[in-house]
Design a protein around this ligand. Structure first.
Ligand SMILES: [Zn+2]
Length: 139
């Protein structure tokens, strides 16, 4: 079986209830952050103690674009390069997150489409491992 590793440790998890993004939330004003933030950046927040929080899986696509050419380093991808969609997703928890959109037709995506968080293949590394990342798919 192919070993599966996250592109970056600590950004997402695949638990029994499905994938979640790992972030934080201000205990005082409830502002959510992804990735985790050590401090609250809400200018009207006076205290700003942070706690760990998990976000997802439901969201709505705000906007999207097609990555038609290979992204510059340090981005990695499988050869031959295949265009993919990236989108800004408004999560139900009040957070706007950037991610790949898993769809067979990237140019057909429209804002307002309901999406759900998933974890999927990003590229195969030099040791043959399946490097995975968070993404969203229309639902
Ligand atoms: Zn705060």
């Amino acid at each position: 079986m192919t070993e599966r590793i996250p592109v970056i440790e600590g950004l997402f998890t695949e638990g029994p209830e499905g994938p979640r993004l790992l972030g934080s939330r201000c205990v005082t004003c409830a502002t959510p952050y992804f990735p985790k933030s050590l401090a609250c950046h809400n200018p009207s927040c006076t205290e700003g103690r942070m706690e760990d929080a998990a976000f997802g899986p439901r969201g709505v696509l705000f906007s999207s674009a097609v990555q038609n050419y290979p992204p510059p380093p340090p981005a990695k991808y499988d050869e031959p390069y295949r265009p993919y969609a990236v989108g800004m997703v408004d999560l139900a928890e009040g957070l706007r997150v950037l991610g790949r959109i898993d769809t067979p037709d990237p140019s057909a995506l429209r804002g307002g489409t309901p999406v759900e968080l998933s974890v999927g293949h990003l590229y195969r590394d030099t040791e043959g491992r399946d490097v995975v990342t968070w993404q969203f798919r229309p639902c």
